[in-house]
Design a protein around this ligand. Structure first.
Ligand code: TXA
Ligand code: MG
Length: 345
């Protein structure tokens, strides 16, 4: 493994790309201080210019305020007490913090905005690489723009040709992208969650209030025209090529009728108690996929499942709506965008 890391460091120093495992999804990494290398990420992904990238940083040996301050001040001109308490509570981990950027951060990374997203990933291979590399790594999810994020090395290989070096760190433990919290507009908006993830609003609020930071109310984002651009916030994203719709139990029959022809091949993805409905649906070629009851497990398996369904030549994917509650919010967000991105609406 040390040889592999050394090889990856060399590729990065030479301005190349390396796909890296993180606990959320695999990232497509480049030296965050090298404009040409960062541009290569955009051309490889087919990502439109102007979408900012997250910079990944190494974890300090001892996670003190001073250590985080030292690391973060390279990237941000204002490392607030709120940011330090979130860093200490959740890093390394599935949280990205948006900061006001420091002067030296290149515009290829920030998409020309005055802010920069930073994350310290919790995966031993990513940390080993970051430590040995010694700088920040700009890394979006390692998929083609708009498509499903990869949660295994094999998924990355399916997205890109063999030309990209992939560090194989197994399957991602969390399985969906990091929570993004914007602290750059604190004075006017307080903390704003730009993308839900495994770190919930409740967890963020608890950490801030435990640290004695007063949390102002969240801004009403819908009415907020100063909001930064986030490609994960485009309504069509994370999309399978097979059309996919979400249904409430009682709607399944009607939705199947309106979205598909009789005898269509349908992937019927649902939670555990649907056996009675099946009888009414025998004019379709249904394949049942039963989902785990835990949000954590489903997040872990979600993208691999969508990829597998996408490769199985179904005419449509019928996906049961998720249970209510904060634990399911991040998956609900991804599924909603995946359904829109699949062209169903
Ligand atoms: O879990 C993750 O966050 C993964 C792993 C690889 O770390 N990365 C990831 O990157 O999901 P990406 O590029 O696929 O999504 C990052 C999102 C994008 O929607 C981008 O617009 C947003 O973060 N973002 C990055 N920098 C930002 C900034 N300065 N202001 C607002 N949004 C930002
Ligand atoms: Mg992405």
């Amino acid at each position: 493994m040390p040889d592999l890391i050394e090889g990856a460091v060399k590729v990065l120093r030479d301005g190349g790309l390396v796909a890296i495992p993180t606990e959320t999804v695999y990232g497509l990494a480049a030296d965050a201080d090298n404009p040409l290398a960062v541009n290569l990420i955009f051309s490889t992904k087919g990502r439109p210019a102007g979408h900012p990238l997250i910079v990944h940083v190494a974890s300090p040996k001892e996670a003190t305020d001073e250590a985080w301050q030292y690391i973060l001040s390279h990237w941000s001109r204002d490392v607030s007490p709120a940011a330090l308490s979130l860093a200490k509570a959740f890093w390394p981990g599935p949280l990205t913090i948006i900061f006001p950027k420091a002067k030296n951060v290149i515009s290829e990374v920030t998409g020309g905005q005055e802010t920069v997203g930073i994350r310290c990933p919790n995966h031993p291979l990513a940390q080993a690489l970051l430590n040995q590399f010694g700088g920040g790594l700009a890394a979006p999810s390692a998929n083609r723009f708009g498509r499903i994020s990869p949660t295994s090395a094999q998924h990355v290989r399916e997205e890109f040709s063999d030309a990209i070096m992939v560090l194989d760190g197994g399957s991602c433990e969390v399985g969906i992208e990091s929570t993004i919290v914007d602290l750059s507009r604190w004075d006017t908006h307080g903390p704003v969650i730009l993308r839900p993830g495994a770190i919930s609003q409740q967890m963020l609020n608890d950490a801030l209030s435990k640290a004695g930071v007063i949390v102002p109310k969240l801004a009403d984002e819908a009415a907020d025209h100063s909001a930064p651009r986030v490609s994960g916030s485009l309504s069509a994203h994370y999309a399978p090529k097979t059309k996919m719709f979400l249904y409430e139990k009682e709607q399944l029959e009607d939705l199947l009728k309106s979205h598909t022809q009789p005898a269509s091949k349908i992937a019927w993805v649902h939670f555990n108690d649907e056996s009675l409905t099946l009888k009414k649906l025998d004019s379709y070629a249904l394949t049942e996929i039963v989902l785990p009851d835990s949000a954590q497990l489903l997040a872990q398996q979600l993208y691999a499942l969508l990829r597998q369904l996408d490769q199985s030549n179904y005419d449509a994917i019928a996906f049961e709506h998720l249970p209510k509650g904060e634990a399911w919010d991040a998956i609900r967000d991804r599924l909603g965008r995946a359904a829109i991105g699949s062209g169903i609406i």
